[in-house]
Design a protein around this ligand. Structure first.
Ligand code: PLP
Length: 380
């Protein structure tokens, strides 16, 4: 099999075709501003798709997490519980607020926040006289966290939950879309996500009050007055109307994108499932539906090939392949943070790989990936 001309990326943008017309419309109507009709429609389309009442389109997922924390009143000296096994953007906004992240490790079934450890962490913090101000569970690579138990534990203690669904648009848990389960939720439309606006994010909530506040804070917190009057510190976090146009085009193909990502996952399972020493991030049972944003595997010593050897061999063929997220409790910048750890995410990090998962992978690219991976695994 000859090598495809272009590099095979992990998760590149995949335009549906309708985006350019929306962008053109923004130009033609001169709605080239951080607000406008595309932003309004994009918010409505997201709300309808996820099944949540209120949405604010923002400049990034990171901005959405930051605003969620501010709306919940997180301040200097507070503590916020978060999944340790995630991308740093989940945790950074806690520090923007001068608060302390308290990191919670994963459970082996979903790779997401372990509810037992969450309980232990809450008890531990309460024992130190600190009530956590919020919980941020992450749906890693699109896999739903065990939301029933997480919401139950959060409810018992009266702690609000912010779902980090940045990677999980289109995933569902017990028939309900992720992003509609927590008190608030965050989506990302960064270039590598399942749909993109090149850069962007959204804050979702059943509470109209929360989302009105998010819009207010995201547009420099202007009081209602003809002159510029401010009683709060604001941010410039709104989504551009031009970029929302891209988002509207992407929403036309979201269903197809989910099918394509899941088809990639099925493709990898078809030729790797039986291989001794390779395991997948699996949906534990019928309650869990992952968009399989990225297909993630673990490689055991039983395979006889080290994951880094696989990654380097794919890299030589210009196939993008990445280690799993390095847990936050192992990151130099968060070493001082309290962490409730069971070894699960560290073990996954040491053994795991994300395989190319773009929704636009061609049959030829897939065949090339399959042949290359098979050669590396068989030639050990
Ligand atoms: C991408 C991502 C974010 C941040 O989103 P941006 O839009 O890139 O700021 C947050 N959390 C997770 C888990 C992500 O993957």
């Amino acid at each position: 099999m000859s090598r495809p001309t272009n590099r095979i990326w992990l998760s590149p943008p995949h335009m549906g075709g309708g985006e350019a017309a929306y962008v053109k419309e923004a130009f033609e109507t001169n709605w080239v501003a951080p607000m406008g009709p595309h932003v309004d429609r994009f918010e409505e389309e997201l709300a309808a798709f996820v099944g949540v009442k209120h949405v604010a389109a923002l400049s990034s997922g990171t901005a959405a997490i930051h605003l969620a924390l501010i709306i919940l009143g997180v301040e200097r000296g507070d503590e916020v519980l978060a999944s340790s096994f995630t991308f740093s953007a989940t945790v950074n906004p806690i520090v923007y607020q001068g608060a302390t992240p308290v990191l919670v490790d994963s459970e082996p079934g979903t790779w997401n926040m372990c509810p037992d450890l969450l309980e232990e962490a809450i008890r531990g913090r309460l024992g130190k006289g600190k009530k956590p101000r919020a919980i941020i569970p992450v749906h890693l690579y699109g896999m739903p966290a065990r939301m029933d138990r997480i919401m139950e534990i959060a409810g018992e203690h009266g702690i609000p939950v912010i779902e980090d669904a940045a990677e999980a648009l289109g995933s569902s848990y017990r028939g309900r879309m992720l992003g509609s389960l927590g008190d608030m939720a965050v989506l990302s439309f960064n270039g590598n996500k399942i749909i993109t606006t090149s850069g962007g994010g959204a804050l979702l909530s059943g509470s109209g009050k929360h989302i009105r506040e998010a819009r207010f804070l995201a547009t420099q917190a202007r009081d209602e007055a003809p002159h510029y009057q401010h009683s709060h510190i604001g941010f410039n976090y709104r989504m551009s109307n031009v970029l929302a146009g891209i988002g509207r085009g992407q929403m036309e193909v979201i269903g197809e994108r989910i099918r394509q990502r899941r088809a990639n996952n099925a493709f990898y399972r078809e030729f790797l499932q039986g291989v001794q020493g390779i395991a997948f991030q699996d949906e534990p049972d019928g309650d869990f539906f992952s968009n399989y944003w990225l297909t993630a595997i673990t490689v055991d010593p039983a395979l006889g090939v080290n994951p880094e050897v696989i990654r380097e061999a794919l890299e030589r063929e210009r196939i993008d392949c990445r280690p799993l997220w390095k847990p936050m409790h192992l990151q130099p910048v968060f070493t001082g943070c309290p962490a409730y750890v069971n070894g699960v995410s560290e073990n996954l990090f040491n053994r795991g790989l994300c395989l190319p998962s773009g929704s636009g992978l061609t049959p030829r690219e897939k065949a090339f990936i399959r042949d290359t991976l098979s050669r590396v695994i068989m030639n050990k």
